[in-house]
Design a protein around this ligand. Structure first.
Ligand SMILES: [Zn+2]
Length: 154
């Protein structure tokens, strides 16, 4: 376990256990095929360095989000898409900091103008790889360019 301050949260976390859990995850073949989700995943190789570092410091592979809410606004399709809730998990616990309710994070911490995160101890979309009682939920908001070779229609 390591201890570190992330914005207003002090957390204790196990980077190696989280890394191992994400490494064991298989790309989900029956995952959501919507344009929002496909565009999200298409952006993963192009994340800015500071966003990549945030995920890496926790041991999270950003290519394996647990839940992606539909991006807004839906138009214009050629513009960047704003994702207001994408969820990840890591092994650890919150030592101190604000508690957030799902989807209504009052307290987010900005990494750059396109990326914010919030930690929470209530976990909603956990897969079997990370047991609920050992997990921290990370809810992010992110703005990403549109990278699909098709008009955005959703
Ligand atoms: Zn989707």
């Amino acid at each position: 376990m390591q201890r570190a301050q992330f914005g207003p949260w002090e957390i204790e976390y196990d980077r190696e256990a989280t890394q191992a859990a994400y490494a064991a995850m298989e790309p989900c073949e029956d995952g959501c095929n919507c344009q929002g989700c496909r565009n999200y995943l298409a952006n993963m190789p192009f994340l800015p360095e500071e966003v990549r570092q945030f995920f890496d410091s926790l041991g999270i592979d950003p290519a394996f989000p647990f839940e992606i809410s539909a991006p807004i606004p839906p138009a214009p399709w050629e513009g960047p898409l704003y994702y207001n809730s994408v969820y990840y998990y890591c092994f650890g616990r919150i030592v101190s900091g604000p508690e957030n309710e799902i989807g209504t994070c009052q307290c987010r911490h900005s990494v750059n103008k396109d990326f914010e995160y919030a930690f929470g101890s209530k976990c909603y979309w956990l897969a079997e790889e990370i047991p609920k009682e050992q997990a921290i939920q990370i809810e992010i908001t992110i703005t990403l360019p549109y990278r699909l070779d098709e008009p955005y229609t959703e």
